[in-house]
Design a protein around this ligand. Structure first.
Ligand code: CP3
Length: 359
């Protein structure tokens, strides 16, 4: 009998694992695998002039998307873009201030601002995104799948209302307390915008999509379902889950969402991203094999001495405990000052451990 695992390779490991089918070894990709820690990224960004210019030029965005999959034996490429391109297309005026992160010139402060918002047409205002997706698919030629992504409605709302990153989310939570109906309509518009945006990526050729709910974990327990989970469930419900007869798996990642994994699985997604604060074994138990799990090495382990990094990677694999439905990843993104050698060692260790004969 042919071992079904023996047929998996770089071209299909990720999609098989996300669908909880057997694979020869867990697929590996890393959040922020394209970024400033790579000298080739820094060179291209300097030539492009800015990060946004790079995202908005399909030729450059494609090149940056491919950089990490050329350098490392990764099992997926992820589109070089940003979650904040959607609010930018809604007219908020995005800039990235050097050393300070994203800023919006025209943030959303009240119900009047919300009333003026429109759902952007992903093939018009965001056309550079499907254009990049098509180009990347062509250039990849089936080497590995391409992951598309969006921010979650709640996470996009935090940036839109705060106007920038925040430590305490006082403005967006202020809106939640003072005018919950306004926040609810903002989230409804964002659910429609995110659904259309992800469907456009799928139509253009994205083979899996991920929803980044980076700030869902900052909500009070009794607010999480209504303001973060439910809008994501509306998005998942509206997605085209097959393209040309092939399933397009959906990953939902709420950072700090460890307490809500069963509720997140109920969105109807295929997989959950798990941060490093939650053990994979307990995540697996909490979700009872209903979804695949993606994660969850502490991104700081990439600064550890090599032997220690290897041990931490092995601990993640052992924590999941083998079997179908694991995608190896970090619990959050690669930091800009990580040594690329350490990223290579991390990936090689996943492969080496998985190739080891069973005791
Ligand atoms: O993972 C990948 O390689 C794909 C590309 C990707 C980027 N941003 C590229 C990027 C993805 C999936 C994102 C998502 C994103 N962007 C999130 C959600 C995931 C997360 O990290 O929590 C958030 C919150 C953002 C918003 C954002 N974009 C911030 C806060 C910053 C500034 C912080 C920083 O690292 O400078 C960005 C900029 C950004 N997005 C860069 C990259 C490669 C760095 C731009 C540069 O200075 O070159």
């Amino acid at each position: 009998m042919t071992d079904p695992g023996a047929v998996s390779d770089r071209s299909n490991r990720l999609l098989r694992a996300l669908m909880r089918l057997p694979v020869d070894m867990p697929p590996v990709w890393l959040m922020r695998q394209a970024g400033r820690y790579l000298p080739e990224y820094r060179a291209l960004r300097a030539a492009a002039g800015s990060f946004l210019a790079m995202c908005q030029t399909p030729e450059l965005a494609c090149e940056v998307t491919l950089q990490p999959v050329r350098r490392f034996p990764l099992d997926a490429a992820i589109l070089l873009s940003d979650i904040l391109t959607v609010p930018d297309a809604m007219g908020l005026g995005l800039t990235f201030v050097e050393g300070e992160g994203p800023r919006f010139e025209r943030p959303i402060r009240d119900r009047h601002d919300v009333a003026r918002l429109h759902v952007p047409d992903p093939f018009a205002e965001l056309r550079y995104v499907p254009d990049t997706v098509r180009r990347v698919r062509r250039e990849l030629g089936g080497l590995c799948p391409l992951i598309g992504f969006s921010g979650s409605p709640w996470t996009l709302a935090t940036y839109m209302v705060e106007g920038q990153g925040s430590d305490d989310f006082r403005r967006v939570k202020g809106l939640l307390f003072s005018d919950p109906a306004a926040l609810t309509s903002l989230l409804a518009i964002l659910s429609d915008a995110v659904t259309a945006y992800l469907n456009a990526q799928i139509e253009a050729g994205a083979q899996a999509v991920m929803i980044f709910d980076t700030w869902g974990g900052t909500l009070a327990a009794h607010h999480f379902l209504r303001y973060s989970r439910d809008p994501m469930a509306a998005v998942v419900e509206g997605l085209n889950r097959r393209r040309d007869g092939v399933p397009v798996p959906v990953v939902v990642f709420t950072k700090g969402g460890g307490a809500w994994l069963p509720a997140l699985a109920e969105t109807g997604c295929d997989a959950l991203g798990i941060d490093w604060m939650t053990a994979l074994a307990s995540a697996r138990e909490a979700t009872g094999g209903r979804v695949a799990l993606q994660g969850n090495l502490d991104p700081m382990a990439l600064y550890a001495p090599p032997e220690r990094l290897k041990a931490e990677v092995e601990a993640v694999l052992a924590d999941f405990g083998g079997g179908a439905g694991h995608v190896f990843n970090l619990g959050h993104g690669v930091r800009p000052d990580v040594d690329p050698e350490q990223v290579g060692l991390c990936i090689d260790t996943v492969h080496a451990v998985s190739r080891r004969p069973l005791p």
